[in-house]
Design a protein around this ligand. Structure first.
Ligand code: NAG
Ligand code: NAG
Ligand code: ZN
Length: 373
């Protein structure tokens, strides 16, 4: 049964594709064709189920408290700490908190400087402007959060609004290794695994303006396999799923049902993609979220890992007994090194307080001036 489903997935993928990818030429660790097949042809019984928690937008003292209380004490089956990925937008971010998340082994990734809320802006944005939004943000975060630029590997576009090839070309130019903005509705059962853009082959495009025939060797698409709410409406972000219960148990079951589509399927990475704002918008969401984390922590083949670390497994798949070979040790953690300052600055005529590690910038960092010189 499972085998038949996998074949069906591949057949559909082939017809969805203009370009084709030759799996005999495109091989791991640096190339993978789009597909629902398990990387390296591994045995499903023997691989970890990876779970990606990602949080978009500003890191603030308030949401940091939620991340800290949910994650910092939890461990994966190998004894290493769980980690999540933060797609950070610049405005209102507290860079000393960002630094603390990084020091605890969490992944910091990009979500733009301006975080403009009009989808047309992102849909029509040329490569050069993407370079300013994301290349600029990489420099900005590294400086004010006091973290190495090379640890910043991925991006998510605001509103998940792709612009054809443009954001991918820019991401590749600024040395990122993956995008996590592109949903798949077609490849949920079984789920789509991450793949590279070597051959131009891609997957379904439910929200529009996807790359066409773009070849970027070694650049990874980490697809956002969609969830389904309780009346089967698809949603790319958990907080965009509207038809769900209000009580803790109901929300928990909704999360569990979506998780099990992957866990009892082909174990493609299960993404819990959300904004911390969800916890404020929906009573009981935070409690249900922690109940779900408790459940994941009780499963001995489930690893809650950042997207970047998860990709290391996809490139170099190992069975549960040999995970040390890919995640050699626990992720790097350290005592925070942030001499934090609260800087009073102006964005135009509006006051902005910006907490940074180290010296305050002279001006509020923005598109043309990410270091605020
Ligand atoms: C994307 O890039 C590919 C390869 O260069 C090209 O064939 C295609 O037309 C581009 N698509 C758009 C929308 O520019
Ligand atoms: C949603 O889809 C699943 C699987 O296709 C089906 O079993 C279930 O009955 C559907 N639920 C609703 C409310 O349509
Ligand atoms: Zn956002």
């Amino acid at each position: 049964m499972k085998f038949a489903l996998v074949l069906l997935g591949l057949a559909a993928l082939a017809t969805a594709d203009a370009a084709s990818c030759d799996p005999t030429k495109c091989v791991l660790p640096d190339c993978r064709c789009p597909g629902t097949d398990i990387p390296g042809g591994m045995d499903i019984q023997n691989i970890p189920q990876m779970v990606y928690f990602t949080f978009d937008d500003a890191i603030t003292a308030e949401n940091f408290g939620k991340y800290e209380s949910s994650f910092f004490h939890r461990k994966n089956p190998d004894g290493c700490p769980m980690s999540a990925t933060y797609f950070v937008s610049h405005e209102y971010t507290d860079y000393s908190k960002l630094h603390q998340l990084h020091a605890h082994g969490h992944e910091i990734a990009l979500h733009s400087i301006t975080h403009t809320s009009m989808s047309d802006y992102w849909r029509n944005l040329p490569v050069e402007e993407h370079l300013k939004e994301f290349g600029g943000e990489k420099v900005l975060i590294s400086k004010f959060g006091n973290i190495p630029e090379e640890d910043i590997k991925g991006l998510r576009l605001p509103l998940l609004q792709l612009s054809g090839n443009n954001s991918f070309i820019a991401a590749n130019q600024i040395g990122l290794s993956y995008d996590c903005s592109w949903p798949s509705r077609q490849f949920v059962e079984p789920g789509l695994w991450p793949y590279t853009l070597d051959s131009g082959a891609t997957h379904d495009c439910p929200l529009g303006d996807c790359p066409t025939n773009l070849q970027l060797p070694g650049f990874w698409v980490s697809p956002m396999v969609m969830w389904f709410d309780d009346i089967n409406v698809s949603c790319s972000m958990v907080d965009a799923c509207t038809n769900i219960p209000d009580d803790v148990d109901g929300i928990f079951k909704f999360m569990l049902r979506n998780f099990e589509l992957q866990y009892k399927g082909n174990k493609s990475p299960f993404g819990v993609y959300m904004h911390a704002a969800w916890f404020g918008q929906r009573a009981n969401a935070f409690e249900a979220f922690n109940k779900f984390l408790d459940h994941l922590e009780s499963l001995d083949d489930v690893y809650v890992t950042s997207v970047g670390r998860g990709l290391n497994w996809v490139k170099n798949p190992k069975n549960l007994q040999n995970l040390d070979d890919v995640w050699s040790k626990c992720q790097h953690t350290y005592e925070p090194v942030c001499n934090s300052q609260v800087c009073k600055l102006f964005k135009g005529v509006e006051e902005r307080y910006m907490t940074v590690c180290g010296e305050c910038p002279n001006e509020y960092p923005w598109l043309e001036n990410p270091l605020g010189d």
